[in-house]
Design a protein around this ligand. Structure first.
Ligand SMILES: Nc1nc2c(ncn2[C@@H]2O[C@H](COP(=O)(O)OP(=O)(O)OP(=O)(O)O)[C@@H](O)[C@H]2O)c(=O)[nH]1
Length: 182
């Protein structure tokens, strides 16, 4: 099967771990220092079942409640990773606003996306429960995952689940099929 090229944007409030998740997935390492991103693009090949993908990951600058959704992320992006930190109520509020702006700008009612609650290793500082995250994702009919970029927990699942959502949106997988993620 020919390789499919897919572009994914990773979005969320500042410092939630967008770069850390991208770097962990692409390079398999965690960097503890904090360096705010303007924009970074990573490329990674990955295979799901027998399909080869070339992923272009766009690690975007942190958004806040006042940000205007950057219009360049509304075109030729196949799917979105919307990230909040489980330690930050603010980041959970901001992710909801980003979602609304995303639907607004794309004019779609459903876009392939994965909602990610990152930093699960900081359980003592948890502000957003797993239930709250799950409920929000259900409202959006999106996939929900909690991750730790630091401990490399469920990081690759994000991108594999999103590729699956993109296939579904393209009509290549029926809603009920249980596509195994490897
Ligand atoms: N404990 C813990 N710290 C994390 C995790 N992910 C990221 N961090 C830390 O959180 C800080 C911000 O991480 P970044 O990956 O730069 O966050 P970002 O969302 O890309 O930030 P902006 O570029 O400002 O939007 C850094 O100090 C990271 O080391 C995680 O899973 N656990």
């Amino acid at each position: 099967m020919p390789c499919k090229q897919r572009k994914i944007a990773v979005m969320g409030y500042r410092s939630v771990g967008k770069s850390s998740l991208s770097i962990q997935f692409v390079e398999g390492q965690f960097v503890d220092s904090y360096d705010p991103t303007i924009e970074n693009t990573f490329t990674k090949s990955t295979r799901i079942n027998s399909q080869e993908y070339e992923l272009k990951l766009v690690d975007t600058a942190g958004q806040d409640e006042y940000s205007i959704f950057p219009s360049q992320y509304s075109i030729d992006v196949h799917g979105y990773v919307l990230v909040y930190s489980i330690t930050s109520t603010k980041s959970f509020e901001v992710v909801k606003l980003i979602y609304e702006k995303l639907l607004d700008i794309t004019g779609k009612v459903h876009v392939p996306l994965v909602l990610v609650g990152n930093k699960t290793d900081l359980h003592m500082e948890r502000m957003i429960s797993t239930e709250e995250g799950k409920r929000l994702a259900e409202d959006w009919k999106a996939v929900f995952l909690e991750t730790s970029a630091k401990q490399n927990d469920a990081v690759s699942d994000i991108f594999h689940a999103l590729l699956n959502e993109i296939e579904k949106a393209d009509g290549n997988i029926s809603e009920k099929s249980n596509c195994t993620i490897s």
